[in-house]
Design a protein around this ligand. Structure first.
Ligand code: ADP
Length: 404
């Protein structure tokens, strides 16, 4: 096939398969189109070859038989009917030609049909095979077998079925990850709820048995545990909403100093109460940021409360705001208990606590930083942590984008 014809076939094939915009030789449509072309071509070839092979022999046999009969008739007939005889012979020849042609076509048609069926079966198997595998895998996924995958073929440029299989595998992978997260969450939540519940139950049993005095200290302890449970449930609800991007954000252009002012107002009394030195470095010429005031204040308050919680008196906590490449950084540095390098990559994970018992005793749920990260990211920013090591303090920073 010449280059021009090749181009023409390609254009027709692509037009028929709707790929004119993005021409691809190995697309399923082009493959099907070429298969049908091949079937028609091979069938025509087989037809011609078989007819060519069978028709002459059949024609010769028919002609011999019929001419024999006609000559017999001529000898037996009366003289002077030569013209009628010639006409008769021509009619017989025509009939012989038609019969031999029909016979030839019948045999050739049969062979061509057989070949067409064989090729069609192959093409159907070739196309339907992967679709069947996909259908079976979908059923297994629906039955909860999330590890299910289908082969995508080894081609560098897969056809539509290969792409479908790759997309299916991607979907199965994310379903598997989600399922794993769900199981982990249920495990984590169960574990977290069990501790305050066990404490409550222990106190109530003690009260019932008369082992624990029903005094003010006991009621206060019960009240604390119930409060811990409520906080945990509130945090969990907030976390699930934040991670599902269901917290409505009112993103406006804000002065970063406004965010700092509201957060500092909320916590400064607690710093004084604990005997910590709390200082602020708030430059006046910062660019406005695009953020939700309440949520930005929530994140900053969380970082300040953590600094307060994990810095023993007489320690120092510093809030510093600075403009860095189209963002404003809110940096909280403390001189507290610090964080070991091995813990740093996990701090923003749900329920991750460096020292479980200490954090729990201080009222921490281990979800605060996870919520903070989800909120900051929803506002188009990022959050990070660094620490020189245990007992050497820590620095938490979040960056909010400058308002355009
Ligand atoms: P929690 O409610 O337990 O404080 P967070 O998600 O806020 O939960 O913090 C997770 C963990 O990170 C804490 O349990 C603590 O171990 C560690 N952490 C957070 N802030 C600080 C800090 N300023 N200094 C040292 N460790 C911190």
């Amino acid at each position: 096939m010449g280059r021009k014809q090749g181009e023409a076939v390609k254009v027709v094939a692509l037009a028929l398969t709707g790929h004119l915009v993005k021409p691809r030789w190995n697309s399923l449509g082009v493959k099907l189109f070429i298969s049908y072309l091949a079937i028609v071509g091979i069938v025509v070839l087989v037809l011609l070859q078989t007819a060519d092979f069978i028709a002459p022999a059949t024609f010769a046999a028919q002609r011999g038989r019929m001419l024999g009969t006609s000559m017999g008739m001529g000898r037996a007939g009366e003289a002077g009917i030569g013209r009628a005889n010639a006409a008769n012979t021509e009619a017989l020849l025509n009939q012989a030609f038609r019969e031999s042609l029909n016979q030839g076509l019948l045999v050739a048609g049969g062979v061509a049909l057989g070949v067409a069926i064989a090729i069609s079966l192959f093409v159907t198997w070739w196309v339907i095979g992967p679709v069947r595998r996909l259908a079976a895998a979908t059923q297994r996924i629906a039955a909860g077998h999330y590890a299910e995958r289908v082969p995508t073929g080894a081609h560098r440029h897969p056809d539509e079925l290969g792409e479908l299989a790759a997309n299916f595998n991607e979907m199965a992978r994310s379903l598997e990850v989600n399922e794993q997260r769900r199981l982990e969450l249920v495990g984590d939540v169960t574990h977290e709820l069990r501790t305050p519940l066990a404490t409550l139950q222990g106190y109530l049993e003690g009260l019932l048995d008369g082992v624990i005095e029903p005094d003010e200290r006991t009621w206060a302890k019960l009240y604390d545990e119930a409060g811990r449970l409520r906080r945990l449930i509130d945090d969990l609800q907030e976390l699930s909403r934040a991670q599902a991007h269901q917290i409505p954000l009112k993103l406006t252009s804000l002065n970063p100093l406004e965010i700092a002012r509201v957060a500092v107002e909320r916590v400064s009394a607690q710093f004084k109460e604990k005997g910590l030195n709390f200082s602020c470095d708030l430059p006046a010429n910062l660019p406005p940021v695009k953020a939700d005031l309440d949520r930005a204040v929530q994140v900053l308050t969380n970082l300040l409360v953590n600094a307060l919680r994990y810095t023993p008196a007489p320690g120092q906590v510093k809030l510093k705001l600075l403009a860095i490449s189209n963002t404003v950084e809110f940096r909280v540095t403390d001189s507290g208990i610090g964080i070991g390098a091995e813990h740093l990559p996990h701090l923003f994970e749900r329920f991750y606590r460096v020292d479980k018992s200490r954090s729990r005793a201080l009222g921490g749920s281990g979800i605060g930083l996870t919520i903070a990260r989800a909120l900051v990211e929803a506002m188009g920013g990022r959050i990070e942590v660094s620490s020189p090591g245990p007992n050497l303090g820590a620095t938490f920073s979040f960056f909010l984008p400058e308002a355009a």
